[in-house]
Write a new protein. Structure first.
Length: 310
C-alpha cells in the first residue's frame, strides 16, 4: 500500500548551497535555544513542562505538610482519617509540534517575521523535550499537510526536523488548521503533548477538530501575532496584498474609520480564539514579533504547571 505523500522519514540532506544555509540557520536556532534552556533562572526542564502528563499513583494517609487540595474525601470518609491522592508525571508522553508554514507567516514589522519566531519557538520546545528524553515529532501544514514525522528520540534526528522546518518550501499558501488538527489526531497513537504554533489567520471554525484532539491529548496553542495587525498606523493610501490568495487592494489608512474596522476585525478574531481554547480546555499563549519570547514562554509553562498540580 502506498504511504501518504506527507509522511516523511528524516534523512541527512544532500549538500547544496541551500542546505548549507539551512544548516547554519539550524545551528543558530540550536545555540539560541541552548542559551535559553541553560539559564539557571528557568530551572530544569520539568519546571517548563510540569503537569503536561499527570497520572494517579496511590492513596496514602495524610502527613503534615501535604496540600489539603490533595485530600481524597471519599477515602477519608470511609477510613475516618484523612488520606491524600498521589500523582506522578508521565514520562512516556510524546511531543508533537504542529507548525504553520503558510504564506501569512512571511509577515513582520518589528524584530522578526512571524516565520522566524515560529522557528525559534519550535526549536526551543524540541530541545527541551529532547533533554528530558521525550520523543519529538513534527507536522508542517499550510492549506495541506506538507510534512509529517512521527515522534522519535535522538539529537541528530531532532536537528533534521529543524532543518526541514527552516528549509521547507510549502506547496500550499493558505492555512487549514482544521486539517492539521484532524491529521494529528489520526496519526498519534499514544497520549501526546501537542503544540499548535500558528497565527491562526483564516482558521475558521475549529471547535470540532480541537475538541477531538484535546479529548485524547494535552494541547497547547501558541498564537503568533504582529503589532501592526492590531495597531494600524495612519499612513495614507497603501497597497495591501493577501499573501495566501494574492489578492491586492488599495486602502486609505489615513481614514480613521478604515483603521478601526481593520483593528476590530483582528480583535474579534483574537477573542474568538480565546473563547474557543477555553471551551476546548486548551491552553493558549500569545507571542509577538516585537517582544522576546523566552521569559513569556518560561513564565507561561511554570504557571501552567502550578495550576495543574493544584
Amino acid at each position: 500500500m502506498r504511504l501518504p505523500d506527507f509522511l516523511w522519514r528524516p534523512r541527512r540532506p544532500a549538500p547544496t548551497a541551500d542546505s548549507a544555509a539551512a544548516a547554519r540557520e539550524v545551528r543558530r536556532l540550536e545555540l539560541k535555544s541552548r542559551r535559553f534552556m541553560d539559564n539557571p533562572a528557568l530551572g530544569p526542564y520539568p519546571s517548563l513542562f510540569r503537569g503536561h502528563g499527570i497520572e494517579f499513583s496511590e492513596v496514602r494517609e495524610y502527613q503534615p505538610g501535604d496540600p489539603f487540595q490533595a485530600i481524597d474525601w471519599k477515602v477519608t470518609a470511609r477510613m475516618r482519617r484523612p488520606y491524600v491522592k498521589r500523582f506522578v508525571e508521565e514520562r512516556e508522553l510524546a511531543v508533537l509540534l504542529v507548525v504553520d508554514v503558510s504564506a501569512s507567516n512571511d509577515f513582520g514589522t518589528r524584530r522578526s517575521l512571524k516565520r522566524d519566531l515560529v522557528a525559534e519557538v519550535a526549536s526551543t520546545l524540541a530541545l527541551a523535550a529532547m533533554r528530558a528524553g521525550d520523543p519529538v515529532g513534527m507536522l508542517l501544514f499550510s492549506d495541506r499537510i506538507e510534512r509529517y514525522a512521527r515522534p522519535a528520540r535522538g539529537r541528530n534526528r531532532n536537528l533534521r526536523l529543524l532543518h526541514e522546518l527552516v528549509s521547507v518550501r510549502p506547496e500550499g499558501k493558505g492555512t487549514d488548521v482544521d486539517l492539521a488538527l484532524a491529521t494529528a489526531a489520526r496519526m498519534l497513537t499514544v497520549r501526546s503533548l501537542v503544540f499548535v504554533i500558528s497565527d491562526f489567520v483564516g482558521a475558521g471554525n475549529l471547535a470540532r477538530p480541537l475538541l477531538g484532539l484535546s479529548g485524547r491529548h494535552d494541547v497547547v496553542a501558541l498564537a503568533v501575532d504582529d503589532p501592526a495587525e492590531t495597531t494600524i498606523p495612519s499612513s495614507g493610501w497603501v497597497e495591501v496584498v493577501d499573501p495566501e490568495t494574492g489578492d491586492r487592494a488599495v486602502v486609505d489608512l489615513g481614514d480613521a474609520a478604515v483603521r478601526e474596522r481593520l483593528m476590530e476585525h483582528s480583535t474579534t478574531g483574537a477573542r474568538a480564539l480565546e473563547r474557543l481554547c477555553a471551551h476546548c480546555h486548551v491552553d493558549l499563549m500569545r507571542l509577538r514579533t516585537d517582544t522576546p519570547y523566552e521569559s513569556r514562554l518560561s513564565g507561561f509553562f511554570a504557571a501552567r504547571g502550578r495550576r495543574r498540580l493544584r
